[in-house]
Ligand binder design. Structure first.
Ligand code: SF4
Length: 105
């Protein structure tokens, strides 16, 4: 399978280990918006995450996605929520990528 990051794949093969809500995700093919590239600078992160949130706000599975990321301590932006925002809600990953930065808005 050509899955690059859990939950964000363009592979048409059905993965029975994936939650059913992922089939309705509208972010397939846009992994670059939801996960930080190597050595991403804070301003670039803010721009990328703002663009990702625009997608999430239109997504029909946003609540399921956000809860999945919280429970599984995922990296990246899920359900309109960044790693920093999940950490603020008590869901802290072991090794945050990019550290804690100020958020827009
Ligand atoms: S809420 Fe955002 S990250 Fe989650 S499936 Fe939808 S578009 Fe993707």
């Amino acid at each position: 399978m050509s899955m690059t990051t859990e939950g964000h794949t363009t592979d048409p093969v059905v993965d029975l280990t994936r939650p059913a809500w992922m089939e309705r995700a509208i972010c397939a093919g846009h992994t670059e918006l939801f996960f930080a590239p190597h050595a991403e600078r804070p301003p670039a992160r803010l721009r990328r995450e703002a663009a990702a949130r625009q997608v999430c706000m239109r997504c029909p599975v946003r609540v399921d996605c956000r809860e999945h990321a919280r429970i599984n301590l995922e990296y990246g932006l899920w359900g309109g929520e960044s790693e920093a925002e999940r950490a603020d809600a008590g869901y802290v990953v072991a090794a945050p990528i990019g550290g804690r930065i100020a958020r827009a808005g």
